[in-house]
Design a protein around this ligand. Sequence first.
Ligand SMILES: [Zn+2]
Length: 228
Amino acid sequence: MKQPGSEKMIKQSPYDEKWWEEWERKGGWRPEGWKIVEMNDGPTLNDLKPEKFLVVHRPHGSMFHHSYGKVSQFFIGLLEGKLYGTKCPKCGLVYCPPRAHCFNPKCRLAETKWVELPKKGEVHSYTIMAIAWPSMAHLQPLVGAMIRIDGTNTCLPMTMRDVDPEKVNIGLKVRIDIAKDPKGDLLDVYATPAEEPVAPKRTPEELKRFREDMEKTRAWVKKTFGTK
Ligand SMILES: [Zn+2]
């Protein structure tokens, strides 16, 4: 019987321990560093083979070090500027967010395979956030959207940029962008419109209330963060 064995370091971006006191404020719970390691993995101890895992170092009061396990390749892909999903070899469903095992009952948890995805998709649903977590508060009003990436059967939640919240609509074609300095978490991925957005139909009263809400949010952001 084999053993999983110790981890072998492949690549890393270490975090700076000097910033301990500032981690939570600075990181806003986003990873401050990461390492890609190789370990033996498999369905049983008799069936082990080397596999790559991404471990991130995430400040959250104290520092948490956690692995993304079987979906590591998705986050390793983000570090390389690529978008990956998983495909079931039995029924062909494509997952992004990735699933290590197919959830179609007929497939009896078949292990999926990694596939590279195109960086485009469309808005399946969305919400406009006027309460965001500290590291993103200055971006409010922020559009959070469920995006169906072309060729996939599920939706990936992400934020939208370069779009007027008033004009976001279901069905809007988007480009998927990956941050230039990826940290190894889902906030590395965001969407921007790939076509001229057309506002959804609203009654004059709805539009008035919507604009008032946006104005209040923008005024609060300006007061709190200045004009940056
Ligand atoms: Zn399947």
